[in-house]
Ligand binder design. Structure first.
Ligand SMILES: Cc1ncc(C[n+]2csc(CCOP(=O)(O)OP(=O)(O)O)c2C)c(N)n1
Length: 332
């Protein structure tokens, strides 16, 4: 009887976890696919770098985090913004260039921010949020000396960002000062149109990072549960005083073009067998199949409603007033 009870509790927990991860991943995908549909109408005022195919990494990273932990990213930031609980209405309004957007309509898709949910502003300039994230980690380390509560920062970036000098400068600084920061490289093997084998002399990225005295893990398995478990354990360790940073390299794959709403499979720069392999391992389809039909339908309906609300919010919102151009340019 007791065994049965334990199994039921585990089952309940798993179903809850599956539903939560499915909903987040599916919301990211469907929100972005809706952007792809709207894009040609010119309602969206900025370029969009979609994460379709990569959703499970963002969700595995953000699910174990506390609201006051921080996540940073570069321009391909929709997935981490949504996964960390960023406001959907403000995100859509930002893409529409409206004053109710998360950056008052002045920044667009590449600069999503929501500090109430621990989403540090993103940047179009590759790699530049990595040192800024370390700055936040330093501040959090100093604050924890008084509060006893160690918040953590997760700095997310693409494989291209690891080619920037500021990446290595930050690794050194973070390791030297044992900062509470987790570095996560979303390695989709592409920087715009250039595959990794044409850019890197060796693919031993973890070995390079390890020379800074930072523990590293390479994740090739797309299993979102395993990835989430790893992130959860790692973040708990980083919260301990004097633990210092960790680096995780997650293999993933971008299904659509570098920037814009279409696929680019006829452009001859990517290996389509690789794309098909990733598609067969799609975590959204996998988790969807693990849910009963009624639950999946309920979650899908909630997502449809959330996206519709965000679109209506963005459409009805006004464009920024001309004076807005001069606000937040200099510190007052
Ligand atoms: C400092 C800097 N150099 C070059 C660029 C041009 N650029 C834009 S996106 C990109 C590729 C970056 O690839 P990666 O970091 O792997 O991210 P992904 O697009 O795969 O998410 C480059 C080189 C830039 N925006 N900033």
């Amino acid at each position: 009887m007791q065994d049965l009870y334990i199994i039921r509790i585990q089952d309940m927990y798993n179903q809850e976890l599956i539903a939560r991860l499915y909903k987040r991943m599916s919301l990211i995908r469907r929100f972005e696919l809706r952007l792809a549909e709207i894009y040609h109408t010119d309602a969206i005022k900025s370029p969009v770098h979609l994460s379709v195919g990569q959703e499970s990494v963002a969700v595995a990273i953000c699910d174990p985090l506390e609201c006051d932990d921080l996540v940073s990213n570069t321009y391909r930031c929709h997935a981490t913004y949504i996964a960390k609980g960023g406001d959907l209405n403000e995100m859509m309004a930002e893409l529409y260039g409206k004053s109710t957007g998360c950056a008052a309509g002045k920044a667009g898709s590449m600069h999503l921010v929501d500090m109430r949910r621990g989403i540090m502003g993103a940047s179009a300039v590759v790699g530049t949020t990595i040192p800024v994230a370390a700055g936040y980690a330093l501040a959090m380390q100093m604050q924890a000396r008084n509060s006893g509560h160690q918040r953590v920062v997760v700095s997310v970036f693409g494989d291209g960002a690891t080619e920037e000098g500021c990446f290595y400068e930050t690794l050194n600084f973070a390791s030297l000062h044992k900062l509470p920061i987790l570095f996560v490289c979303e390695n989709n093997r592409l920087a715009i149109h250039t595959p990794i084998e044409k850019r890197w002399a060796t693919e031993r990225l973890c070995e390079r990072v390890a020379t800074f005295g930072i523990p590293t893990v390479k994740v090739d398995d797309p299993d979102v549960f395993k990835m989430r478990e790893l992130i959860s354990d790692t973040v708990s360790k980083i919260r301990q005083p004097n633990h210092g940073p960790v680096f995780i390299e997650c293999s993933t794959y971008r299904w659509l073009e570098h920037v814009g709403p279409r696929d680019d499979h006829s452009d001859n720069y990517r290996d389509l067998d690789e794309y098909r392999r990733w598609k067969e391992n799609d975590q959204i389809a996998r988790l969807g199949a693990m849910l009963d039909d009624a639950t999946r339908q309920r979650l899908d309906d909630e997502i449809t409603a959330d996206i519709k609300t965000a679109e209506e919010f963005a459409e009805k919102s006004p464009y920024p007033a001309a004076e807005e151009l001069y606000r937040n340019v200099y510190a007052s």
